[in-house]
Design a protein around this ligand. Structure first.
Ligand code: TTP
Ligand code: MN
Ligand code: MN
Ligand code: MN
Length: 376
């Protein structure tokens, strides 16, 4: 299954961690369609098709040309029969009837709508769907439902959270996080991770990784940050999860396993005057009207011990598909186990340490990929 193919002198590996995938996507029409199917298969818990179309989409994202006929994908990994059929429909008819059917499907539409609320996952969405609920209004009006604190925040700030976070808003959030963290620990390293580190101009949230070189001072940090934000009235919601990490634990086998670092899922109140979008005049006009002068923004803060920082950085930079393939590659090609905390060599029975991402790629025998080349 590790067959490769040459395209214009570029070797195409079945592993995303052996492909340079930038944000320049020549096949967006196809990959958007595949991703709708992935989402639908995810909702229906069809893991096999989920993987198949996810891998195919990721594959097409790395191509340096636009696929115009099915033949163009000949010999590429992950182009199975199902994938080829959909590709053919889109290339020949301009659209796929199967994708169209999904977009019109009542179950897909409802689950998509429900899961768009912060705090609402598949399980809850399914429950609401089976109760006959179809709109967010119906959910909000239903007296029999008890919403979690997270879901209540999700509905309260729905309009802000559904609109994507711009790079300028991410920068404003970064300022707030850095200001507060550096007030407490000037030596702390605060790194923007997730999609924005991969060069995306918009995202659904802003992800941060925090560490403190050469000390164990990081344990209290997040608590202090939260206390400060509370007094500044900047915290609209937060959920602090304490670390359950143990140094001796082997890396997780599960590809999508959550990590054990201390973290905080928060909704931050970001004032528009802090957002430098090059339209200062306009924001002033807004402020004089009765509109609110802030936006609710989802922020993830993760705190790691310094020795695990490189692994956490690699794990939190994504993309999800890239991470999956990186772990799959470690397991199947190197007999190693990789997760957000560590890399373990099963043959030598030792943990391999790393001070930066380059060292992790090197342990795995992989060419280094810059964050903006990990948009698989
Ligand atoms: P996300 O913020 O979900 O995704 P993203 O930043 O790539 O895209 P978006 O613009 O939609 O925000 O997650 C970022 C990375 O962090 C992703 O590769 C998965 C990883 N991650 C973990 O490793 N552990 C976790 O507990 C979570 C929630 C994410
Ligand atoms: Mn993100
Ligand atoms: Mn996301
Ligand atoms: Mn996130």
């Amino acid at each position: 299954h590790s067959a490769t193919r040459d395209i214009g002198g570029i070797r195409i590996s079945p592993y995303a961690c052996q492909r340079r995938t930038t944000l320049k996507n020549y096949n967006q029409k196809l990959t958007d369609a595949f991703e709708i199917l992935v989402e639908n298969y995810e909702f229906n818990e069809n893991k096999e098709f989920c993987l198949a179309f996810g891998r195919a989409a990721s594959m097409l994202k790395c191509l340096p040309f636009t696929v115009v006929q099915v033949n163009d994908t000949e010999g590429l990994p992950w182009m199975g029969e199902q994938v080829k059929e959909i590709t053919e429909d889109i290339l020949e008819e301009g659209e796929s009837s199967k994708v169209k059917a999904v977009l019109n499907d009542e179950n897909y539409r409802s689950i998509k709508l429900f899961t768009s609320v912060f705090g609402v996952g598949l399980k809850t969405s399914d429950k609401w769907y089976k109760m006959g609920l179809r709109t967010l209004e119906e959910v909000k009006c239903n007296k029999n439902l008890t919403l979690t604190r997270m879901q209540k925040a999700g509905f309260l700030y729905y309009d802000d959270l559904i609109s994507s976070v711009s790079k300028a808003e991410a920068d404003a959030a970064t300022q707030i996080v850095q200001d507060t963290v550096w007030k407490i620990l000037p030596d702390a390293v605060v790194t923007l991770t997730g999609g924005f580190r991969r060069g995306k101009q918009a995202g659904h949230d802003v992800d941060f990784l925090i560490t403190v070189p050469g000390s164990r001072q990081e344990e209290e940090l997040l608590h202090t940050v939260i206390d400060i934000w509370k007094t500044q009235e900047l915290l609209l919601y937060y959920d602090l999860i304490e670390s359950t990490f143990e140094n001796t634990k082997l890396p997780s086998r599960k590809v999508d396993a959550l990590d054990h670092f201390q973290k905080c899922f928060a909704i931050l109140k970001v004032h528009k005057e802090r957002v430098n979008e090059g339209s200062a005049v306009q924001s002033k006009v807004f402020a004089e009207e009765e509109t609110k002068d802030w936006k609710a923004i989802r922020v993830d803060l993760v705190v790691t011990p310094f020795q695990h920082y490189a692994f956490a950085l690699l794990g939190w930079t994504g993309s999800r598909q890239f991470e999956r393939d990186l772990r799959r590659y470690a397991t199947h090609e190197k007999k190693m186990m990789l997760d957000n905390h560590a890399l373990y060599d099963k043959t030598k029975k030792i943990f391999l340490s790393a001070a930066n991402e380059e060292e992790i790629f090197s342990h795995l025998g992989l060419d280094y990929l810059e964050p903006w080349e990990r948009n698989a």
